[in-house]
Design a binder for this molecule. Sequence first.
Ligand SMILES: NC(=O)c1ccc[n+]([C@@H]2O[C@H](COP(=O)([O-])OP(=O)(O)OC[C@H]3O[C@@H](n4cnc5c(N)ncnc54)[C@H](OP(=O)(O)O)[C@@H]3O)[C@@H](O)[C@H]2O)c1
Length: 270
Amino acid sequence: MVRQLVALGDRPRVLVRNVAASTALFGDNAEHVAVDLDQDATLGRALDGADRVFILTRQSLRQPDQERSIVEHAVRAGVAHLVKVSVFAADEQSPLRIAQQHGALERVLKRSGIPATILRPTYFMQNLLRAVRAGELRSGVGSGRVAMVDARDVAAAAVAALTGPVGRNTTYTLTGPRALSFDDVADVLTDATGRPVRHRPAAPEGIRAATLRGGYEAWFGDDMARLHALLADGYEDIVTDGVVAATGTAPRALDEFARDFARSLRDAAA
Ligand SMILES: NC(=O)c1ccc[n+]([C@@H]2O[C@H](COP(=O)([O-])OP(=O)(O)OC[C@H]3O[C@@H](n4cnc5c(N)ncnc54)[C@H](OP(=O)(O)O)[C@@H]3O)[C@@H](O)[C@H]2O)c1
């Protein structure tokens, strides 16, 4: 997202808890402001002078408070446009808690009075960088097909909305160009890395444990086990024109992602 804005000649202000890390990544191309969203006071006047705000937070029980606080600060700062990363099928009645949470937060944006763009992506292709271990892609997805989206296309949709005239008061469901089974995904990764990747079934307990190893809260482990069961039933077996509508460009296919990230995937597959 930052790289794409910089490529357009912008100098975005990034609000991050680790300024050293963002400075190492972006140097003077961005303005770095230390904000820990778990400490509301650090948000202080960080949005003062901002005309557009992009909201992306981590999936935790603190996420609703964090995003509500960002929206309150944005209203106070007179921000003219908000762009939020939500999730596929966000809905307060969803069987997934993460989708309920995002559904409620979408309502907070809509009630803020600030024109908003909501992005609802499916499963990120970048999740595969963590999901593949020792030549195995473990899932509870069975033969269910998933139209994964490249996170770079989510960023492109956000950049288009922030920098162009399109997308105000619009919700985009963002998918990749094809829905693939995880067996097909394993084949694409095998081709791109030159190392065998096999899709293996994982029980809900295994999915829960793998999620917790990523530092997430227990409820999110349960949610991910539930998500895999839904994916097995075709929950994200749907291709939309959201990326084209938002950016004017077709979404990246999985083989392009796999080629671009072949080195990291090869390490994971080894
Ligand atoms: N992953 C998917 O497949 C997927 C699909 C659809 C929608 N989404 C949605 O996309 C959003 C991001 O997901 P993700 O998987 O990219 O999450 P993530 O990897 O956990 O990224 C969250 C970002 O929030 C920052 N952060 C965490 N705690 C913070 C705090 N206290 N103060 C300031 N910054 C903090 C992290 O910074 P650090 O670098 O400091 O940790 C990180 O850059 C979520 O809302 C999720 O529901 C994800």
